[in-house]
Design a protein. Structure first.
Length: 232
């Protein structure tokens, strides 16, 4: 009896550890092991979207297949060998998507899939809350060989592997601009929209940081598909 109880405890601990690992993004199950259909980036993201995107991040073939079956036109980038913690594998560059961007950028495939899904979510929120669609996403960059927060020492940022992007604002189809720096605070429609856009990102990206996190993020949202889970 004692042996059975001990065995059950071990199983429960293992299951609990796996659940926590999935939630926190420490554990990533390849797409082929998932008990649901292949990821359809043209369908609205559901409650399992972040887990599906983590699976794509762990399976480059499945990730590129998902992009190929979406409306995204992209260029697959050559490998940049890892040197001193910086590099890029399975990278893509957006050629044409559902919205424009303020400038070009390089991303890991998993991040590209998440961003493509995010475009549709922000467009939906803009139509619901501001009465018009999304025309452009303004950003501050993706790939950058640097440490977290640009520090001189410490861990490399997810930007160092093109696994992150910083979003500074949005341009709507009626010409209005919504800026994280200018419009985050207050009770305006634009502020409500930005808070909704931040919350929506938490269902797709593993780490989402905004102005309420610290002063360094006062002018942008940071999104990444790293192995740390945060929505702040």
């Amino acid at each position: 009896m004692v042996g059975c109880a001990r065995g059950l405890a071990i199983v429960l601990i293992a299951v609990g550890s796996m659940a926590i690992g999935l939630q926190q993004s420490w554990v990533r199950i390849p797409a082929g092991w998932l008990p649901w259909e292949d990821v359809n980036l043209e369908a609205p993201p559901g409650g399992m979207a972040r887990y599906q995107l983590n699976a794509l991040s762990a399976d480059s073939d499945a990730c590129f297949a998902a992009l190929d079956h979406s409306g995204l036109l992209y260029t697959a980038l050559p490998v940049r060998p890892m040197q001193n913690g910086c590099g890029l594998t399975d990278g893509v560059r957006f050629d044409q998507s559902n919205v424009h961007y303020s400038s070009g950028f390089d991303l890991s495939c998993g991040m590209a899939a998440a961003l493509y899904w995010y475009e549709a979510e922000v467009d939906r929120l803009a139509r619901e809350q501001l009465g018009t669609g999304l025309a452009r996403i303004n950003h501050l960059g993706s790939y950058a060989c640097r440490n977290i927060n640009g520090a001189t020492a410490g861990r490399r940022s997810q930007h160092a592997t093109a696994n992150a992007i910083d979003i500074s604002g949005f341009v709507l189809m009626d010409g209005r601009s919504v800026s994280v720096l200018a419009d985050w605070t207050g009770e305006s429609d634009e502020a409500w929209f930005l808070h909704a856009a931040h919350k929506s990102a938490c269902g797709l990206f593993n780490t989402v940081l905004g102005p309420d996190y610290n002063a360094l993020h006062a002018d942008h949202f940071h999104f990444d598909m790293g192995r740390l889970r945060a929505c702040r």
